[in-house]
Design a protein around this ligand. Sequence first.
Ligand code: AKG
Length: 482
Amino acid sequence: MGLRIAGHIERLNGKELTYQEFVERYLRKNQPVVLTGLMDDWRACKDWVTRDGRPNLPFFAAHFGKSRVQVADCGTREFTDQKRVEMSVSEFAEHWLMGWKPEESEIPTSDRPPVLYLKDWHFVKDYPDYVAYTTPVFFRDDWLNLYLDCYRMHMDPEMYQETDDISCSDYRFVYMGAKGSWTPLHADVFRSCSWSANVCGKKQWLFLSPSQCDLVFDRNMKNCVYDIFSDASEMTFPGFKETIWTECIQEENEIIFVPSGWYHQVQNLEDTISINHNWFNAHNLSWIWDLLSKDYDDAKEYIEDIRDICDDFEGLCQRNLAANTGMNFYDFLIFITRFALAYMGQLYYLLRGDDDTIQHSSLTVQQLALNLASIRKVATKMKDAEGFQKHRDILDTEETLSDPKFSELSIKIGNAYRMMLEPSPLSYYTAKACVDVLGDFDFLKSWSPVCTPGDLVSCIDDAVENLNRIGSKNNIHLGELV
Ligand SMILES: O=C(O)CCC(=O)C(=O)O
């Protein structure tokens, strides 16, 4: 039975869209969109593409050939993904140039060379000085990558490995694959959203909205369909026949926004290079917590039968959660607490109104207040979660404020907002000042350390009260916002 495909994805010129419009129409509503016109100046679109619009593989081999990358063999399956091997970019380019021709159908499938797909190449980390592209303004409020540029997501020394992609690197990737390469059905890591830009080639995307996602799981809600074109037997996946898919054919120089929690399968219809980032922010933070909470329940259920012989059952659940999902409850609480502190600093700076910045900052104040509100909402949900051990010191706020990594994070956040919310009062220097003023924000001293989600909620409430007092001289109240 064929797939039922209905609906379409809007396509519009990104140059004619404001950041606020993108937020209102797509990010807040969690709806996909294709944006054109945003890649004109990208170096990637010149250097990486031949005159006839194909991947310039010799260029990759010559300039980035030594990079070690993950390459999926699209014909094999390993659990929920394709089997991957590591090789150098030169080796990958060499294989490709030797010519896999999946369309040569006279060769029996079993004898054809595998279609290889280079995936999840941390290109920006590998080549920070080669500016292949600039992240469009719509995707700059990216808490995930801003954070990972300064901190590790998970700090357990027993688990930490330099090469451990899931916990210590960024989520900015390059993908390269010949016609016929593909990505199995999945929703994105952490239930983040993503954007994916086609530097050359053409992709077919098939999307399932979050309201239908249960339908691609088996009766136990454990296993998900792998390949929607071949793997969805009615016996195993009884709900699959009810699914209604949205198809999008993405052309060269188009960027697709993939919202949180939308399952998708992707097929390269031509030889394709794409750049994609996973990201999240205030608008989809609760998706991340909901996934962590569900994955924690699964991790716990999985080892329930050894609970009685386990010295630290909860600790083991959290370690397994970090290993499987990429972070655990404590990592996430530390993550949102650091962001909350950074936003408090920026609000404190703006509301104090030391200079005339306050006159230009209502949009920024609104955004920062919305960020705090979103963190508070998630921390409130977290209060009810099993699995937090109350005695642990999660985050020493005083130590955080004097940590150079925290200054770096605050400055990066300030710079991102400066670009997104023009005209913005946050110049580089004010972003730096936002960190420095936190030292004067005396009430914070009573919040060292933050130990539980409840502490974070109370800390935000106290901050808002203090900020309102400070802002009242400029008639600014955060009350309704947070
Ligand atoms: O381009 C692909 O093959 C997959 C990309 C993807 O699934 C994503 O960005 O989430």
